[in-house]
Ligand binder design. Sequence first.
Ligand SMILES: C[S@@+](CC[C@H](N)C(=O)[O-])C[C@H]1O[C@@H](n2cnc3c(N)ncnc32)[C@H](O)[C@@H]1O
Length: 235
Amino acid sequence: MADAREQHRRHRATDPVPAAQHYFTPEPAVPSAPRRVELVLPDTRFDLETDRGVFSPNRIDAGTKLLLLEDPLRDELSPGGPGREPASRTFVDLGCGYGAIALTLARRHPDATIWAVDVNERALALCRANAAALGLANVVVGREDELPAAGATGAVSAVYSNPPIRVGKAALQGLLDRWAARLAPGGRLLLVVRRDLGAESLERWLAERGWAPARLAARAGYRVLQARPCPSEAP
Ligand SMILES: C[S@@+](CC[C@H](N)C(=O)[O-])C[C@H]1O[C@@H](n2cnc3c(N)ncnc32)[C@H](O)[C@@H]1O
């Protein structure tokens, strides 16, 4: 929590938009106004509860939907799919918001555990409520410091994220570094970023780290990027 508050404080010092209005504020000040949005994908659909004070409350974000459509693990891990088993069946939705990515993964991989992580308490409560309403018991929702095994390295097979670009480059890179260190050998980052919010500079940074970024999709102003922080150890 200290990290999120520090991120929030630093942002307030440099951004003209009041920090309390940002989707990554730990406790949104904007009054609650619950509503529902529909997520429709070729393999699943569900309604999700959303609210003011969280990211994209009125509709599923187009980048989020693109990441879910282009998710390479959907086919690789489907019965009869070509993929190798990942070393662990733990996936992370980093910056889960109200849960579109985490809940889709939970439904696609009922035998996996999905960690849904955020700093925004309203988003976490929505994600928890949405998982319960959909009967998805394989989702563990919490802040980074609340997840029991989150400190372990090698615990995670993939980190999915529509990342919080607006926290700033240094904070974002620190976040990705921290979660990349928790990947199992051969694990990957799967990210969606808007081109006009720095997809290409993020891609360059991933390459500089030696994480072999691959562009899985480039559509409607978004890039879906895959990076492998420990490629040489792939199982
Ligand atoms: C672009 S939004 C994506 C939300 C959701 N995954 C979706 O696709 O609708 C990024 C999310 O990252 C969260 N976030 C910001 N800083 C974070 C941090 N340090 N750790 C985890 N999540 C963070 C924000 O609160 C926000 O919910």
